[in-house]
Ligand binder design. Structure first.
Ligand code: ZN
Ligand code: ZN
Length: 179
């Protein structure tokens, strides 16, 4: 039980960090410039740019090396490791999901929600919807905006938006339009 709770806490910790890092390091003028913001500004400006996986892996590894001994010191070996593994697993899930939002159309209510939520952040209001995997912290901190439609600049448009003829795919045309 203790181990399951520790893993869950690790998962929640990453969700919170995902929100904090994106909102404050990525977008808040007080904390810029910083290395994350440099990469993040480029992600916004180019649409399909992602920082090199090697850079991210290195940063994640350094972070993991820092957090694990702390967690073990606080909660013991088993629970401490479970916490660190939960945190890293959620971080990896976030990286994979974020990339897929940009590269694939997605399916199911969650897949559609995650894309509306994230592309509204990209193209509607970069001060809203900082969470990528969940809306929890946007809701808690008042940065949540419910999204029904997204107007996407043509030059930044995700490839999955288009059908073979270069028109906005019928399956998503009710939500996404080009500007
Ligand atoms: Zn993005
Ligand atoms: Zn952003």
């Amino acid at each position: 039980m203790k181990i399951a709770i520790a893993a869950l806490l690790g998962i929640c910790s990453w969700s919170f960090l995902e929100y904090l890092i994106h909102r404050f390091l990525g977008h808040h003028p007080r904390f810029r410039p910083n290395p994350f913001a440099t990469e993040h500004v480029r992600h916004h400006a180019e649409g399909d740019y992602f920082a090199a996986t090697s850079k991210k892996a290195l940063a994640a590894l350094a972070f993991f090396a820092l957090v694990t001994p702390l967690a073990v010191a606080v909660a013991g070996v088993a629970a401490g490791l479970a916490y660190a593994i939960g945190l890293v697993a959620m971080y990896v899930a976030y990286e994979v999901l974020h990339r897929r939002l940009h590269t694939h159309e997605g399916f199911g209510p969650y897949g559609r929600w995650a894309r509306r939520h994230h592309f509204h952040h990209h193209f509607g209001n970069p001060k809203a919807n900082h969470g990528v995997t969940s809306p929890i912290f946007d809701l808690l901190f008042g940065t949540y905006e419910r999204v029904t439609t997204v107007r996407v600049p043509r030059k930044l448009a995700m490839r999955w938006l288009f059908d073979e003829r270069g028109d906005v795919r019928k399956s998503v045309a009710g939500v996404y339009s080009l500007r």
